[in-house]
Design a binder for this molecule. Structure first.
Ligand code: NAD
Length: 367
């Protein structure tokens, strides 16, 4: 298969982690007999510096011409005082819209080798394997009207939470379909005791659920879900929720696994999938070769599975991550105080080597 991918390394640690993820992808392509057509473009602060625009047209075009986009991170303190549309983050928000990526998938898995990294007691954290399915293009973050108006001292701010039935239905279908590939449980999270949007959400999700009678559907208020996540994270399977609740709950689930550097994400639903680690540009550690590349590498696994339907190849990358962690390799964010650590490049190289050997072994077994 030809894999047409655009890579947007972005700012800070973005280029460090995406270069490792691309090394792993290249091993997959070589080892499993695919072709990679890779384009690299600017986004965020680097694009602002070069073109005065956080999402240049050439970047959008390259992304729309490919089947999947791998993004590092955007954001730099140098642009903190710019107006909203001239900040690096504006480029990423617009890219998600341009790609029509309405379904944000964020797995949070506590790997057995890292159960001790969770801030929760090991017996509570172990076995956690959650997939958050967050609606990404609606709700409070995009609803109109939005404004800050009035005279200083008496200003009023307005945001609007708005959801239509088709928007709820399409994200619900994604969650139910994904649940069928897992433990067949969907928990829909809302605030139906207070919000009209949530009442409509619950009604539509319940209706869609009737088409998936093999999947167990339950509902929970967001405040209760936030508490249950830290009390019994291992009981959750797929969590389906709207934009803002998903933003908050997915960071909470991320906290449970122990390091932001481990988390991958996929934004799908449009013609081109967007894959990115959950972390930001981490300016405090950029350029030091100490960032954890696993979130970016696991984003490549998600790309192989969700855009290219290459499940065997995705499993090989995930197995490489698990085996490397089992082997005791730790970047600084994962290591106990005083323990030996490896660099970003060494961590990436371990997983690339695993993929190379595993793909060769598969090829030899087949011949
Ligand atoms: P951040 O995720 O960049 O960093 C938070 C903390 O986690 C830092 O201490 C950092 O060193 C650490 N960290 C993050 N990723 C790591 C990794 N892979 N390995 C090891 N440690 C890691 O969040 P922040 O500091 O709030 O934001 C920094 C910049 O990133 C801001 O400009 C923000 O707007 C931007 N941001 C971008 C994205 C994105 O591109 N999707 C997401 C969040 C924040």
């Amino acid at each position: 298969m030809e894999l047409r991918v655009t890579c947007l390394p972005g700012d800070g640690i973005g280029p460090e982690v995406t270069s490792q993820a691309i090394c792993v992808l290249e091993e997959v392509v070589d080892g499993f007999g695919h072709d990679l057509e890779l384009d690299e473009k600017e986004i965020g602060g680097v694009a602002l510096e070069k073109f005065g625009n956080p999402l240049p047209d050439a970047t959008i075009q390259a992304c729309l011409n490919s089947r999947a986009v791998l993004l590092g991170a955007v954001g730099s303190p140098a642009f903190d005082h710019n107006p909203r549309e001239l900040r690096p983050e504006a480029g990423l928000l617009r890219l998600r819209q341009e790609l029509g990526a309405f379904a944000n998938l964020r797995p949070a898995v506590v790997y057995p080798a890292l159960a001790g990294c969770s801030p929760l007691r090991e017996e509570i954290a172990k076995g956690t394997d959650i997939l958050i399915v967050r609606e990404l293009l609606g709700g409070l973050y995009f609803g109109q009207p939005r404004s800050i108006e009035g005279a200083p001292g008496a200003r009023e701010a307005i945001n609007t939470m708005r959801y239509g039935e088709p928007e709820i239905e399409r994200i619900a279908r994604v969650a139910f379909q994904l649940a069928r590939t897992r433990r067949r449980k969907v928990l829909s999270v809302d605030k139906a005791n207070v919000l009209e949007c949530s009442r409509l959400w619950r009604e539509v999700v319940t209706r869609v659920g009737r088409d998936f009678s093999d999947v167990q559907l339950s509902h929970m208020y967001v405040d209760s879900a936030a508490m249950s996540l830290v009390l019994k994270p291992a009981e959750f399977d797929v969590i389906l929720t709207e934009n803002m609740f998903g933003d908050i709950l997915s960071d909470e689930a991320g906290g449970i696994v122990g390091s932001l550097g481990l988390l991958a994400s996929a934004s799908v639903g449009g013609p081109v999938g967007l894959y990115e680690p959950v972390h930001g540009s981490a300016p405090d550690i950029a350029g030091k070769n100490i960032a954890n590349p696993l979130g970016a590498i696991l984003s490549v696994a998600m790309m192989l599975r969700h855009t290219f339907q290459l499940a065997k190849e995705a499993e090989c990358v995930e197995a490489g991550v698990i085996s490397t962690l089992k082997g005791g390799f730790r970047t600084r964010d994962l290591a106990r105080p005083g323990a030996r650590t490896v660099s970003t490049e060494e961590m990436g190289a371990q997983i690339a080597e695993f993929v190379r050997l595993a793909a060769n072994a598969t090829g030899q077994a087949a011949s």
